[in-house]
Design a binder for this molecule. Structure first.
Ligand SMILES: [Zn+2]
Length: 151
């Protein structure tokens, strides 16, 4: 279980990030807290896989495309809510979030949530209008692909 102090440190580090980029010290500190999740999150950001979908009503949600290979970019899609409300933790539809964050409680957040948090601070999310289908999928997500193993 992540220690409360580690959670506070992680939140504080994320809040300290400015849009200009990460300093060497920030990268080092973030890596101490998030370990390899940081590397995967930065990779997703660099590859343009973090999408901020804005609804016509002014609300927004995020999608992060997974897959290790470039050809898999659109094969794995996860919906992320970085902060539902201040009293609720963030959520992601990936298997890693369910297992590592919710069940085993070994990680503060999955790489998709971290990618969204970093992307928001660094202004690196790709902003797109949400279609009616995107909004409908929030309410009725497609069943998981049983062959899905990538996160
Ligand atoms: Zn995730």
């Amino acid at each position: 279980m992540p220690h409360l102090e580690m959670i506070k440190m992680g939140e504080s580090l994320l809040d300290s990030i400015e849009p200009g980029g990460l300093s060497e010290q920030q990268i080092h500190s973030l890596h101490l807290v998030f370990q390899n999740t940081l590397v995967a999150a930065l990779d997703a950001l660099d590859k343009g896989r973090v999408i901020k979908l804005v609804t016509p009503y002014g609300r927004h949600f995020y999608r992060v495309y997974g897959g290790k290979e470039a050809k898999d970019k659109y094969k794995y899609v996860y919906t992320v809510h970085p902060q539902l409300m201040s009293t609720f933790p963030p959520s992601c539809t990936c298997p890693s979030f369910a297992y590592s964050v919710l069940l085993s409680d070994t990680h503060l957040m999955c790489k998709h949530v971290l990618a969204v948090r970093l992307g928001e601070r660094l202004n690196k999310c790709i902003i797109q209008p949400a279609s009616d289908d995107d909004i409908a999928e929030l309410c009725f997500p497609p069943p998981p692909d049983p062959s899905s193993k990538a996160t």
